[in-house]
Design a protein around this ligand. Structure first.
Ligand code: SF4
Length: 428
């Protein structure tokens, strides 16, 4: 859709897709404000921080000194050419950026991994080993009558998730959709965004430690199969509360268990994702039930998807042998840096300054939004634009079923990460 002109002649955009978290809301209204942008409608704290970040256009640098883009690219190519095993990490970029970095890794013989892979692997391991039944944001929004939020501070990671997917008044399939029950299964989860009498029937709080959520779900699976579990306490919850939750699940017409892997930051948390997935499968035999995995900020979902279709493997792939070699432990960039198995880090962070590169003495090429502040001066720094703000692009949504187009919203001389990576590859 073409942008409307606002009264001062600057562009005014409707239905803008937001790249600043994995759920990619596509209903924002953005207008001009001075030399920058202003979120006029349907924003949140993350999107306002991203879209309204002032445009600055520093020059590329080599060893902290300003140089031309061509000189920075030539130096980056030289470093990759001379590297024994370059590591291509961060990967905070869009689909084109990930395609370009994988092409560069193939030619330069390096390893690709996303900064948030530790969290993503809590999901990948379950998908690889035992599978799951997942739903989509659209299905959940339109059909679910029971949401279980499992140990995840969804509101912090995705500030508009509840507004758009849980508290929405209208449903695509009913003029009079049933009220919803929202169960917070976890400690200290922000419930403040679950509001509105039209759609929210009941909010249930079950304060179980995140590490014990699997215990509760496994017990519910056993109870559902007719097993006897002695005692008045299951996973730290009163037995009656667990019985009640199981009864709600069995009675639901469309139940959804929601989790965000970045929130499950404890050892072997993939077993909690597995417990959720196995519980969902069991209840799904007699009622409609599904999981909904969130997270995927900083382009993590796009990175996983592109790496999957380009190499046949999820992230943590090495191209050092000339063909894709996959190892989820060996090719974790954090491990490669720690073990000094890589001698060069190329880090991409084009969405937010929060994706800072690791503090390492391994030489670094940084392709970052100008507000990224690395702990050490990179060998090469090339400022890049933000997809969906400074240039157009495409990103894959967290539920992996759609990719959304991003628009260029302002005039900017910052190059896209993809274009810089392509030039580095051409100079290798
Ligand atoms: S919830 Fe996420 S996608 Fe939606 S507006 Fe906020 S940051 Fe953007």
């Amino acid at each position: 859709m073409e942008p409307e002109k606002s009264s001062n002649g600057a562009n005014h955009y409707q239905n803008v897709a937001c790249p600043f978290c994995g759920i990619l809301c596509d209903d924002l209204e953005i207008g001009p404000s001075g030399s920058g942008l202003k979120v006029l409608k349907n924003g949140c704290v993350k999107s306002v921080a991203g879209f309204e970040r002032p445009l600055v256009e520093p020059k590329p640098q080599v060893d902290g000194k300003d140089v031309s883009l061509d000189e920075a690219i030539a130096e980056a190519a030289r470093l990759i050419r001379e590297s024994r095993l370059p590591a291509f990490g961060g990967l905070g970029t869009d689909v084109d950026g990930v395609r370009a970095v994988i092409a560069l890794a193939e030619k330069g013989g390096g390893v690709v991994d996303h900064a948030l892979s530790d969290a993503q692997y809590r999901n990948f391991r379950v998908l690889q080993s035992s599978g799951w039944v997942l739903t989509t944001l659209t299905e959940a929004r339109n059909r679910a009558d029971l949401f279980i939020i499992a140990g995840s501070d969804v509101h912090k990671l995705h500030p508009r998730f509840f507004e758009r997917i849980v508290c929405n008044e209208a449903s695509m399939f009913s003029d009079n959709p049933p009220k919803r029950t929202v169960v917070f299964l976890g400690e200290g989860l922000d419930q403040s965004a679950v509001t509105g009498k039209e759609r929210i029937g009941e909010i249930v709080t079950l304060p179980v430690k995140s590490e014990r959520i699997a215990e509760v779900l496994d017990a519910m699976r056993a109870l559902n199969k007719g097993a006897t579990i002695p005692g008045d306490d299951i996973g730290g919850l009163p037995r009656a509360a667990v019985d009640d939750l199981l009864a709600r699940c069995k009675a639901a017409s469309y139940g959804v268990v929601v989790w965000a892997p970045p929130s499950l930051g404890f050892p072997s948390a993939d077993l909690t994702v597995q417990a959720i997935s196995e519980f969902v499968k069991d209840i799904n035999l007699t009622s409609r039930f599904a999981g909904l995995a969130l997270g995927g900020n900083e382009g993590a979902v796009s990175a996983g998807a592109v790496c999957g279709w380009q190499s046949g493997f999820p992230l943590r792939v090495s191209f050092a042998s000339g063909k894709p070699d996959y190892d989820a432990e060996r090719y974790a960039i954090s491990r490669l840096l720690y073990a000094k198995e890589t001698d060069l880090l190329l880090w991409i962070a084009s969405f937010s300054p929060d994706l800072t590169p690791p503090d390492t003495d391994v030489p670094m090429i940084l392709l970052g939004t100008p507000s990224v502040k690395p702990a050490r001066t990179p060998k090469v720094y090339i400022p890049v634009g933000t997809p969906g703000v400074d240039h157009a692009g495409v990103m894959v949504r967290v539920d992996n079923v759609v990719s959304l187009p991003l628009r260029k919203l302002r005039q900017s001389n910052l190059p896209s990460a993809a274009s810089v990576l392509e030039k580095i590859e051409a100079a290798l």
